[in-house]
Design a protein. Structure first.
Length: 107
């Protein structure tokens, strides 16, 4: 019976750590850049776009396709960075708890 109580305590602690880590992840921000800084996108920790900044020199009607490609590239850059920050935040929150192979955080 002692082992069950210990497991219950560990499960509760893990749940509390996960909730705290999720809150930290929500507060994360990452900026993606393309075109040498001509296009910048900021994503939240939840992956929502917070802002987009486009250098006015890039707004040329006949070259819309180039601008579209730069926006996509900046988004992908930001997404890679936010994914990495999320993984680091969740890993530090979990500490020494080992997850089964192939299982990633956040769930």
């Amino acid at each position: 019976m002692k082992d069950i109580m210990g497991l219950m305590k560990q499960a509760k602690e893990m749940q509390e750590k996960m909730e705290a880590a999720k809150a930290k992840v929500a507060d994360l921000r990452a900026e993606g850049v393309s075109g040498g800084g001509m296009v910048r996108i900021t994503l939240s920790g939840e992956g929502h776009m917070q802002s987009i900044n486009i250098d006015p020199a890039m707004i040329v009607p006949d070259e819309a396709e180039i601008l579209e490609d730069l926006i996509i590239a900046a988004y992908h850059d930001a997404k890679i960075k936010i994914d990495q920050k999320q993984a680091e935040t969740m890993q530090s929150a979990m500490g020494d708890i080992q997850l089964p192979e192939g299982m990633k955080l956040p769930f």
